[in-house]
Design a protein around this ligand. Structure first.
Ligand code: PLP
Ligand code: COI
Length: 347
């Protein structure tokens, strides 16, 4: 499909993970106990009361998913219903009225359709990143949820989140915690990310791609990366990924658990991943919408570096998982039922 906005001079092959104003966003407003109709807007700004609890108390949540251009020029979404459901769970955690799941899915279709010329062409690995958000607004001075809520979506074309895409990245175990076991770790709320900034900055200052967090209760088990879940593949071919109440239930993770078992014939397990038992893994990776699958080349913990498959090459099983996942997302491989929705570009 011809890309009308090529005059913007985007080099799709080198595009990073940054914000570009595409000119069309989505907004819906919740007032007096009900959601009003949502609509496409040209504004990439939001005007709210300075006393809004989203600003002071972190009463907000968000989602992240992508639209993919296929070889025949159509545009498809990957498991958008799962993002709708997770956002409803996150909203509940911080007492925001959930945006109805069916309306969420429709809104994503609408905003992608409105921005269709920004969906990168097939063949570069680039995608249109979709960022739905809910914010609690209104005049609140004490500790309480806002009387009103805004649901919004912005979209922006993106390339790889970690430099190099399917290039092994090195990570360091952080001394900081991200979220508490009975806190908001499993919700996609901003506070979990603000509290991961210093860990991420410290990792990057030491030339690591990002930080890895340990479980906050015992500091013995791997939790996740600041922006992705973790997996390891054992020498006897078990795909293992941490099970914890304080990590984000990654949609990519649940997809890979299924693909690893059904398409690669691996045994799969959600369980404990002790940071002093990394020798059991021949390969490891970080997985998420932004990270896709990023091979974990090494993890440094207390000045000891553990290398998995290689620091420069991607392991064969990690590569096979990447090919399955991205093959489905870009329409090259058959998707399990219900995983893909095609956006009608002509409405
Ligand atoms: N963990 C964290 C902290 C994340 O921000 C993300 C990204 O959304 C993930 C894991 C991966 O989740 P998903 O696969 O649903 O994108
Ligand atoms: C995602 O993968 O969608 C994320 O949210 C990670 C990060 C960019 C916040």
């Amino acid at each position: 499909m011809q890309n009308k906005k090529l005059e913007h001079d985007i080099d799709w092959g080198t595009l990073g993970f940054q914000y570009i104003d595409t000119g069309k966003s989505y907004r819906a407003y919740y007032k007096d106990g009900e959601w009003g109709p949502g609509e496409i807007t040209n504004a990439n700004t939001v005007t709210i009361s300075e006393a809004s609890p989203a600003l002071h108390l972190g009463q907000q949540c968000f989602e992240g998913l992508k639209a993919y251009r296929t070889k025949d020029g159509s545009v498809q979404l990957f498991r958008v219903d799962q993002n709708a459901a997770r956002m409803a769970r996150s909203a509940e955690k911080v007492m925001l009225p959930p945006y109805p799941e069916e309306d969420f899915v429709q809104a994503v279709h609408e905003v992608v359709r409105a921005n269709q010329e920004w969906v990168p062409p097939y063949g570069y690995g680039a995608t249109l990143y979709i960022r739905p958000f809910l914010i609690g607004v209104g005049d609140v001075v004490g500790v309480a949820p806002g009387p009103e809520t805004i649901f919004g979506i912005y979209v922006t074309p993106v390339g790889p989140y970690f430099k190099g895409g399917l290039q092994p990245a090195s990570f360091m175990v952080s001394r900081y915690d991200r979220a508490a076991p009975h806190g908001t770790g499993e919700a996609k709320v901003g506070g979990n990310y603000a509290s991961s900034f210093s860990a991420g900055k410290e990792a990057q200052a030491n030339n690591y791609a990002d930080a890895i967090f340990l479980d906050p209760a015992t500091h013995t088990k791997i939790e996740e990366v600041g922006s992705a879940n973790f997996f390891g593949i054992t020498h006897d071919n078990v795909f293992v990924t941490p099970k914890s109440p304080s990590i984000l239930p990654s949609i990519t993770k649940y997809s890979l658990l299924e693909l690893a078992e059904k398409r690669l014939g691996l045994e799969v397990k959600e369980g404990d991943v002790y940071v002093d038992q990394l020798d059991q893994f021949k390969e490891a990776g970080a997985m998420g919408t932004a990270a896709v699958i990023t091979p974990v080349g090494s993890i440094t913990y207390e000045d000891k570096k553990h290398v998995f498959y290689s620091e420069t090459e991607t392991g064969p099983l990690t590569k096979a998982l990447y090919d399955e996942l991205t093959g489905i997302q870009f329409g090259e491989k058959e998707a399990p039922e219900g995983w893909i929705q095609t956006v009608n570009l002509n409405q």
